[in-house]
Write a protein that binds this ligand. Structure first.
Ligand SMILES: Nc1ncnc2c1ncn2[C@@H]1O[C@H](COP(=O)(O)OP(=O)(O)OP(=O)(O)O)[C@@H](O)[C@H]1O
Ligand SMILES: [Mg+2]
Length: 338
């Protein structure tokens, strides 16, 4: 499929292909309840973009707006180079959508569901059957293809749902919580399929509640909170937004503890637990330097643990959710920061 010529959307000329999705100031309210309050997005073609956010943040609403299932109250967006308001048919021809809730018809077979999609995409009969068979095979559904879809397990229905989305060979696919309810094996299998799609040039826009999923798949991640994108970037960039990376040293005797505290200087101390916390990115270079300083003073720590912020920390920090207690969190009143 050839890309349309897009004179305006390649702003700045940074990306050789037009962005898969660009949006400015998208707004949506239901009654008096503002769900999206000015959402900006820029998703390069051929990448995986993950949208995170707590329940009710507006992820599904955003997917529905971008896939032209509902209209925004304000703002602008282009998907595959087509304006969602001026050219919804252009958008629809370029995308596939797997909703949060299944589009599978349980009364007909998996194969019939696929052939129905082929008809919707106006594929000639033979071509439709070939593509349906290929996708059923790829998603491990060949043996079940002639059974009514209502007899499928949750994971099989999910796979069929995504296979149906791929019938029209969309350039951009929206997957709203694609792996919710899948067991770990099915989840990993689906990740592999997503990677293959991206390798063949497809852009994937997914929403997920699984931070590991975003970590595994996404080139860029955005966190939606309070109707806005609270942060956007690569996993590494997002992790750098939250402080808290540190090394924790524990000593069995007070003498070693005090010597280390004197040598290291800038630490958070816990006299009772005989531990020191040193801010650190957890990288090899910093760890080496720390151990060298202890070594040259003849001090040996009895335990060394490294804590680097993970995507969970980012999510909790940005969405204002309560962070679960961490066992390594120091007991504040006992500490003296220097
Ligand atoms: N048709 C509708 N009418 C009224 N309110 C709606 C409608 N659709 C969504 N909402 C509200 O908009 C908000 C965002 O819903 P949305 O489904 O987009 O959230 P979400 O981020 O996808 O949540 P989840 O993680 O639970 O799937 C919620 O408060 C929801 O109740
Ligand atoms: Mg949702």
């Amino acid at each position: 499929m050839s890309l349309p010529v897009m004179p305006t959307s390649n702003r700045g000329g940074v990306h050789p292909r037009p962005p898969a999705v660009s949006a400015i100031g998208l707004r949506k309210a239901y009654g008096g309840h503002t769900v999206l309050d000015g959402v900006d997005l820029h998703i390069p073609a051929g990448s995986v973009f993950a949208l995170l956010g707590p329940n009710g943040a507006g992820k599904t609403t955003l997917v529905k707006i971008l896939s032209t299932l509902i209209t925004a109250d304000g703002g602008q967006a282009q998907v595959a180079g087509h304006d969602i308001t001026a050219s919804p048919d252009g958008v629809r021809a370029a995308i596939g959508v797997t909703g949060q809730f299944s589009a599978v018809d349980g009364l007909i077979t998996g194969e019939e569901n696929m052939l129905l999609m082929a008809d919707l995409h106006h594929l000639p009969g033979r071509e439709g059957r070939r593509i349906a068979a290929e996708l059923l095979e790829r998603f491990g559904l060949t043996d079940a293809a002639r059974r009514p879809a209502q007899s499928y397990s949750g994971g099989m229905k999910r796979r069929l749902d995504i296979a149906m989305t791929l019938v029209g060979a969309p350039r951009i696919i929206f997957l709203d919580e694609p792996t919710t309810g899948l067991d770990p094996r099915s989840r990993h299998a689906l990740w592999q399929i997503i990677r293959e799609l991206v390798a063949s040039g497809t852009t994937v826009f997914l929403t997920t509640q699984y931070l590991e999923e975003a970590d595994q798949l996404a080139d860029r991640i955005a966190v939606l909170n309070d109707g806005r994108i609270a942060a956007e970037g690569t996993v590494e960039e997002l992790k750098q937004l939250v402080p808290g990376g540190h090394v924790r040293l524990r000593f069995l005797g007070p003498a070693a503890y005090r010597s280390a505290a004197a040598v290291l200087g800038d630490t958070v101390r816990d006299e009772d637990a005989l531990t020191l916390r040193i801010p650190s990115d957890g990288g090899q270079r910093e760890l080496h330097a720390l151990l060298d300083r202890l070594d040259s003073a003849g001090i040996e720590a009895d335990e060394l643990t490294v804590h680097t912020p993970d995507l969970d920390d980012v999510f909790f920090a940005l969405t204002g959710s309560t962070m679960p207690d961490r066992t390594d969190r120091p007991d504040q009143p006992k500490e003296t920061a220097r």
